[in-house]
Design a protein around this ligand. Structure first.
Ligand code: URA
Length: 223
């Protein structure tokens, strides 16, 4: 496997709390409740990093004591968080808490277990966006594995008129295969992740990984 070089487009977060909470979610004995809480903590760190280039503008504010100008998010820029169902929901709540005005546009694909290709079953994006140049999209999926559903989702937003430079893919764990397939297809896409793991197994699971993120978040293991 080709070595992945970090760049200004592939951003692997280095933070002691990322390492700490990654260990929590990797551990097979972590309960569903603890898993969900740790995903939220990781999500907060990832989203803060992902949105750090959002433009701000100076707006007048009246404090209890005086009037001043103060910077806040540019009101002309629309933020979209696009969680890929179902595991992406684990990141959507924290994203929405950080930017409550953001639009949450869910997309749903399941992975065909034989071909590992994504099969669409849900798409809450409009056919076309008005003022697409003023939109910033953050696609949320805790696991960037083969990259098939990631590429399909980035492709969907590009088809809807969003420039790839205005799209960021946010994942907790990434496989080298997924990073390569996304960055080979979309060289200007920004990827923010907490860790690039070693490889994929024959079923498309990340190794060492954490297992099925959706099952662990929603406690749906087949016993
Ligand atoms: N999706 C998961 O939930 N886990 C993996 O390891 C790969 C894809």
């Amino acid at each position: 496997m080709e070595k992945i070089e970090e760049s200004n487009k592939i951003n692997v977060i280095k933070h002691p709390l990322c390492d700490h909470y990654l260990s929590v979610i990797r551990n097979k004995d972590t309960s569903a409740g603890e898993f969900k809480a740790a995903v939220r903590k990781l999500g907060t760190i990832l989203i803060l990093e992902a949105v750090k280039e959002l433009p701000t503008k100076s707006y007048p504010v009246q404090t209890p004591l005086a009037s001043c100008n103060s910077f806040s998010l540019d009101r002309d820029i629309k933020v979209i968080f696009a969680p890929i169902l179902r595991a992406g929901l684990g990141l959507a709540d924290v994203a929405s808490e950080l930017i409550p005005e953001a639009s949450i546009q869910h997309v749903g694909m399941y992975r065909d277990e034989i071909t590992l290709k994504p099969v669409w079953y849900y798409d809450k994006t409009p056919v076309e966006y008005d003022s697409a140049q003023n939109i910033r999209v953050f696609i949320l999926d805790p696991m960037l594995a083969t990259g098939n559903s990631a590429c399909a989702t980035v492709g969907l937003f590009i088809k809807r008129g969003i420039a790839v430079e205005n799209i960021t893919f946010v994942s907790i764990l990434s496989a080298p295969e997924g990073i390569l397939s996304l960055s080979n297809e979309f060289s200007k896409l920004r990827i923010v992740t907490a860790k690039i793991d070693e490889s994929l197994n024959s079923r498309g699971y990340i190794l060492p990984g954490l297992g099925d993120a959706g099952d662990r978040l929603f406690n749906t293991f087949e016993k």
